[in-house]
Design a protein around this ligand. Structure first.
Ligand code: DUC
Ligand code: ZN
Ligand code: ZN
Length: 477
């Protein structure tokens, strides 16, 4: 008789493909059996009345990222990944950022120092390229891709990060030869600067004007430009954090043309609006919601759901980018009170991503359970070279599992959360569906909000090349 270290018994196993009543047998940190009436395990967990799903994979989080003189992030690896497992996640992919003038390899080495021994869940690194010198493109990137850093992010805005069109083309060309997947932040730098100067001259400096300074047209134009560059170089791209109809329709247009343009969206684009940035009365409390691209309006939520349901978006990520609200280092720091342009961009969300999508998506009937799993776990694993190790429940996969109570009603509150930030932008939001247990490679690391794991449980994941990064036409270049 087969014996197991652990059997998760009597739950409803949900994968991107199937929903079945089954037991899950785990040995040596991996799933070895999914079936009916499995023989007893050394340990047994009842999943009666619960969903048994692959642990969330959040392929877009920012932890311990350099601040360029602005406020430091509210989460390093310890608090950020603690928050991740409390929210039912088992893998995150944050960004190793290359400051201009620095070696990319050295930036990766430094980032490992931030994460080694501190992570509660497994993790890989994307690379943020801010300075694509010939050494970076010719030597560092090919060798880093070979070492398992198989995706890059580039920015079309931000003083310290923006790349010119020529530089983006060079990075895409490099990605093509290395087989890496390029994520692109699509907002136009010059348009944002133009708008920011106009608004400041008109004394429109409250956090709300952050949203006015970067309207949907600015995102749409940059999205179209990124797509055109990808078409020219014949390189698949992932457009991240798509906020509304204008950019979504660019992705759909590109996909209908047969281009490999993938899409990601995030909770803030179906749960927040630009009006949240107005605060109570155009006051600084609107700073709590400042992120980029900014949340739009409720009709944009419909466009995002249209994109989710029709397959324009493959991944639903948090874009967890946490800052404190209060204090000298917070969103409300003295400099940030002088203009929206100094309010740090980003909001926390790694712990509330699954609940928001489950509640608004599955419970409100917009997506199926299987689509939920695809959008929160399986597609992230497939897109970023972690499949078939992560992202499903079947023999051979790591036993990264969340037990989910589909009926639990909860009000999102800061006091329930485990991140380092001092607020959640989703305070007061009522949701149905909540994670009750998280297992990382077979180890129970969270139960009912209590953290049972330790920093150091998580290991670094050298990722395979993404099969989705293969060019459309391999002969053309
Ligand atoms: N882009 C991100 O991906 N996250 C936070 C801020 C930003 O501009
Ligand atoms: Zn971005
Ligand atoms: Zn981000």
């Amino acid at each position: 008789m087969q014996s197991y270290d652990l059997v998760i018994r009597g739950g409803t196993v949900v994968t991107a493909a199937d929903t079945v009543r089954a037991d899950v047998g785990i040995t040596g940190g991996r799933i070895v059996a999914v079936g009916e009436n499995l023989s007893p395990g050394t340990n047994e967990v009842s999943a009666d009345g619960l969903l048994v799903m692959p642990g969330g994979i959040d392929s877009h989080v920012h932890l311990a990222q350099p601040a360029f003189g602005g406020p430091a992030m509210a989460d390093g690896f310890e608090t950020g990944t603690r928050s991740a497992i409390a929210g039912g996640n088992t893998t995150v992919i944050p960004f190793a950022l290359q400051p201009r003038g620095a070696s990319l390899r050295a930036s990766v080495v430094d980032y490992h120092k931030e994460s080694d021994g501190k992570s509660y869940c497994d993790y890989g690194f994307h690379l943020i390229i801010s300075d694509p010198t010939s050494t970076v493109l010719g030597q560092e990137l090919p060798s880093l891709v070979g070492d398992g850093y198989t995706s890059f992010k580039v920015f079309m805005t931000y003083e310290d990060l923006v790349l010119s069109d020529r530089q983006i083309l060079d990075v895409l060309d490099c990605a093509r030869s290395c087989g890496a997947l390029v994520m692109i932040h699509c907002e136009g730098y010059d348009a944002i600067r133009f708008m920011t100067e106009k608004l400041e001259l008109a004394s429109k400096k409250a956090p709300y004007y952050h949203a006015v300074s970067r309207p949907e047209s600015v995102e749409r134009e940059a999205t179209h430009r990124a797509i055109s560059h990808a078409e020219l170089t014949d390189v698949p791209i992932m457009i991240v954090h798509v906020s509304g109809r204008e950019a979504m329709e660019q992705l759909r247009w590109a996909q209908q043309k047969g281009l490999k343009v993938y899409g990601e969206t995030c909770p803030q684009y179906v749960a927040l609006t630009a009006d949240d940035l107005k605060g109570l009365n155009m006051d600084e409390s609107g700073g709590k919601y400042v992120c980029s691209p900014p949340p739009r309006d409720k009709t944009s939520w419909d466009a995002i759901w249209e994109g989710i349901r029709s397959g324009v978006f493959q991944t639903f990520s948090s874009d967890h980018c946490p800052f404190f609200y209060e204090g000298e280092m917070g969103k409300l720091n003295p400099k940030a009170r002088t203009s929206f342009k100094w309010v740090p961009n980003g909001i926390p969300g790694v712990e509330t991503r699954l609940q928001i999508l489950f509640s608004k998506g599955v419970v409100e009937g917009r997506i199926t359970l299987n689509e939920f799993v695809a959008l929160t776990s399986t597609n992230h694993a497939k897109m970023y070279g972690l499949y078939p190790k992560k992202g499903s429940i079947a023999p051979g996969f790591d036993a990264d599992i969340v037990l989910w109570d589909p009926n639990r009603k909860e009000t999102i509150r800061q006091e329930l959360l485990h991140h380092g930030a001092d607020y959640t932008p989703y305070e007061g939001m009522e949701v149905t569906g909540w994670p009750v247990m998280t297992f990382l490679r077979g180890k129970k690391v969270m139960e009912n909000g209590e953290i049972l794991g330790s920093p150091g449980d998580g290991t670094f994941l050298a990722r395979d090349l993404s099969p989705y990064a293969a060019p459309v036409d391999r002969t053309n270049h």
